[in-house]
Ligand binder design. Sequence first.
Ligand SMILES: [Zn+2]
Length: 151
Amino acid sequence: MSSRFAMSVSRRAPVEVILQGVIDERADLAADAVPAGGPVVLDLGGITAITSLGVKQWIEFVRSLAKRSPDIRVRRVPAILVGQASMIRTFFQRAEVESFYSPWSCPGCRGHHDQLHPWGEAVPAKLACPKCGAAMVFDDLLQAYETFLAR
Ligand SMILES: [Zn+2]
């Protein structure tokens, strides 16, 4: 799980910022690497962990970004960031969330599955495993998702 942090910025419009790996105090979250003025999409699907110092870095990054861009969208929010955003109101500032993941574990094949949801979709009570078809178990706090979806 200790994949290094990486940030890449596409130059096409809308500007797409792809973040990957672990956000900790060493993560180089550079808001000034993102072109100012236009819409920005943050793809967070590759984030694997965030530390408490990383959370501080992140909030500062999103705050700086919000000053540079009037239109920020966030897509593929992983479960670890859903948890943070459910506790910290300013985690995504006024960015619009397009999609997020919910984590599931399968008692049938002992696999793990992250289900992608469009914004607004509630986490279902059950879900069939895409590998073996068994009913998977939701692997997180439902309360956190409800709070997140009520933002
Ligand atoms: Zn399975």
